[in-house]
Design a protein around this ligand. Structure first.
Ligand SMILES: Cc1ncc(COP(=O)(O)O)c(C=O)c1O
Length: 323
């Protein structure tokens, strides 16, 4: 697979570390555990969106854009990383955010990712519902603008995680690990889709488990399949079979962005065994699935840490009440 044909800007530090997590493995009582640290890739407090944005903004610059418009929930990590990338590249950033998570208060509405969006110089528009989101989006100046989908998830953005799959498989191989179970959070889908497609194109024998944090299982599966198919088409590869991929939705709890008690427990587990901080919306809920799957795995288990630390501070009062 040749990714060099696509315009790309460098935004993060690569490769990200692949770390042993022996104390976490001992606590889970199963096979060796590794954490792929896509939370510590640099720009704007880091996270998984940088890999997608390298391709999305590479194309935007090639098209001569000077403005980027994108969407998300109030505490969107994608919006914050897009704002940081735009700051670095000298692009205007319009964040059209929707108050779709039933959380309120100063921390959720103004701190965490939101304050960083402002610091990175983005124009932040907060909309009450989908209707207002459309109106505000239409009212923003579209001259020389590109619009990125929620989460940066389209075929092109998915290529960022195809590249990540190649990086991860190389790092595992260097350690003598040629088969593993990879657990990935799934929101808008391109992260899981890229890992799924990349590992299939490499003919890797391991499995990929996507833990949906927002969509019901069938929708999440369809989204993953669609994005992997779109990315495969860009690579002029066959539609992937994805037989090595499973998707679950049973750790979402009451809904996207709504904390669960299992999530808080697993945040504490990662923190007290490895000093690793997960976030309440994505990695925390995916790690609940990871905690369940890991002990039964006969091969090493990799947790893909996709970032989200600023989002943790959006939930500061809830975290304080827990710990
Ligand atoms: C920290 C974090 N992890 C995981 C995800 C999910 O990634 P994707 O949207 O590619 O499924 C997101 C995206 O919103 C995120 O911010």
């Amino acid at each position: 697979m040749d990714l060099s044909a696509f315009p790309r800007v460098t935004l993060g530090s690569w490769p990200t570390p692949l770390e042993d997590a022996p104390r976490l493995a001992a606590a889970l009582g199963g096979p060796p555990v590794l954490i792929k640290r896509d939370d510590v890739n640099g720009l704007g407090a880091g996270g998984n969106k940088l890999r997608k944005l390298e391709f999305l903004l590479g194309q935007a610059l090639e098209q001569g854009a000077d403005t980027v418009i994108t969407f998300g929930a109030l505490q969107t990590n994608h919006g914050r990383q897009t704002a940081a990338a735009c700051a670095k590249l000298g692009l205007r950033c319009e964040l059209v955010l929707t108050a779709k998570v039933p959380m309120a208060g100063e921390a959720y509405e103004r701190s965490g990712n939101v304050v960083l969006d402002h610091m990175f110089g983005a124009n932040v528009h907060v909309c009450a519902d989908a209707e207002e989101t459309v109106q505000v989006y239409e009212s923003v100046n579209h001259e020389r603008a590109v619009t990125l989908p929620v989460g940066g998830s389209n075929g092109l953005g998915t290529l960022g995680y195809v590249a990540a799959a190649v990086e991860l498989v190389d790092q595992l191989h260097e350690r003598g690990v040629d088969n593993a179970t990879v657990v990935v959070p799934q929101g808008s889908g391109a992260t899981a889709a890229g890992i799924a497609l990349g590992t299939e194109l490499l003919g890797w024998p391991g499995t990929v488990h996507a833990a949906s944090v927002s969509h019901a299982k069938e929708d999440a599966q369809n989204e993953l399949r669609q994005l992997a198919g779109d990315a495969a088409e860009l690579l002029k590869a066959e539609t992937p079979k994805l037989a090595h991929v499973t998707v679950t939705d049973d750790t979402i709890g009451p809904g996207y962005g709504v904390p669960t008690q299992d999530m808080w427990h697993v945040l504490k587990l990662f923190a007290e065994t490895e000093g690793v901080i997960l976030d309440p919306v994505y990695t925390g809920k995916a790690a609940v699935a990871f905690r369940r799957l890991a002990p039964a795995s006969e091969v090493p288990v990799v947790f893909l840490h996709t970032g989200g630390l600023p989002g943790f501070y959006g939930y500061a009062p809830e975290a304080v009440a827990q710990f």
